[in-house]
Design a protein around this ligand. Structure first.
Ligand SMILES: Nc1nc2c(ncn2[C@@H]2O[C@H](COP(=O)(O)OP(=O)(O)OP(=O)(O)O)[C@@H](O)[C@H]2O)c(=O)[nH]1
Ligand SMILES: [Mg+2]
Length: 307
């Protein structure tokens, strides 16, 4: 026990955010950090990398690591995404397991629970479950699922939240801080992510494209930043000039990304610019084009570069 006026020792931990696709992991990360850190879309399998978001409070610092939703598939891209999620799960101090109250648990939920079951110590001592989307649905099914599949998880570590409406997050954070080991902060207190500018810009463009494109297209694209340069400076604000390509899997998909008279790519470009201006202090010029990288989702070299 500290003497009067002595602050409590600070806590710090890495927290893996895991769950099936579209459970709301990235939405949650963004609200925890109070900033747009990870991209979000209505389409499952949006996140493709482990993405760090940093939360600093008087109690200490939690570094949340967002992961790709665990999806069952034998395809190369999906296997790599699942590997990423499991690696983060094993490296983190704590695990935040996000469930979607709005969809009945199915095979994918079983797979997430199975991955946790293989790590019984983690479930017993280091896992918090968040039943998300309580603004849209009741929690009974998700609760029953957790009791049946992960009986070792104490009920005091199950929280009902709405990431979208920012509800229930504070009590969950208190619990995570309580479970964290003592330690000093990993990052500056005013820092909310460690992502490089190049990656963030590619992700913002991909988010806008994913949310505007239909059918298979959201999953068939990636964004390549071909060139980036900071120009000018005082007395005017600097301008960040970016040339980026939306890469499609097949030649035939380029037309849909460009749209009639270029309308689609113009919409994507303007939405991306709006978002970038909220994040960066520079003026931004974005030259956005479309290219094809044939069958990139089965290409090891491309996957290695992207994931
Ligand atoms: N109603 C409701 N919708 C939510 C909530 N949280 C997230 N969503 C929606 O769920 C969808 C998926 O959200 P994401 O945050 O991209 O989900 P994710 O788990 O990161 O998905 P992947 O990256 O594909 O694994 C989006 O349309 C979100 O707006 C919530 O609390 N309530
Ligand atoms: Mg995500």
């Amino acid at each position: 026990m500290g003497s009067m006026g002595m602050p409590e020792p600070k806590k710090s931990a890495f927290v893996a955010i895991i769950g099936r696709p579209s459970a709301g992991k990235s939405t949650l990360l963004n609200h925890l950090c109070g900033a747009k850190v990870a991209i979000v879309s209505t389409v499952p399998q949006t996140t493709r990398n482990s993405i760090r978001g940093i939360v600093t409070r008087p109690a200490g610092q939690l570094v949340f690591v967002d992961t790709p939703g665990m999806h069952i598939s034998g395809k190369k891209l999906n296997l790599r995404l699942a590997e990423t999620a499991l690696r983060v799960l094993d490296e983190a101090d704590l695990v935040l397991y996000v469930l979607d109250a709005n969809r009945p648990p199915g095979r994918e939920e079983d797979a997430v629970a199975a991955a946790l079951l293989k790590r019984p110590e983690t479930v017993k001592h280091r896992t918090v479950a968040a039943i998300n989307k309580v603004d849209a649905a009741g929690t009974a099914k998700a609760e029953a699922f957790l009791h049946a599949k992960l009986p070792e998880l104490p009920p005091s570590r199950i929280f009902n939240i709405s990431a979208l409406k920012n509800e229930g997050l504070d009590t969950m954070l208190d619990c995570l801080f309580g479970m964290s080991p003592e330690g000093s902060a990993f990052y500056d207190g005013d820092c909310y992510t460690d992502q490089e500018v190049r990656f963030r810009i590619a992700e913002i463009i991909r988010e806008k494209a994913m949310n505007k494109l239909r059918e298979e297209l959201p999953h068939s694209i990636y964004v390549d930043i071909a060139d980036m340069e900071l120009r000018g400076g005082a007395p005017q604000a600097e301008t960040l000039w970016v040339r980026a390509f939306i890469m499609t899997e097949r030649e035939s998909q380029k037309g849909m990304v460009v749209g009639k008279g270029g309308a689609m790519i113009r919409k994507i470009r303007l939405a991306a610019l709006r978002e970038m201006k909220k994040i960066f202090d520079w003026n931004i010029e974005l030259d956005l084009r479309v290219k094809t990288a044939h069958d990139w989702r089965s290409n090891d070299a491309t996957l290695k570069k992207l994931l």
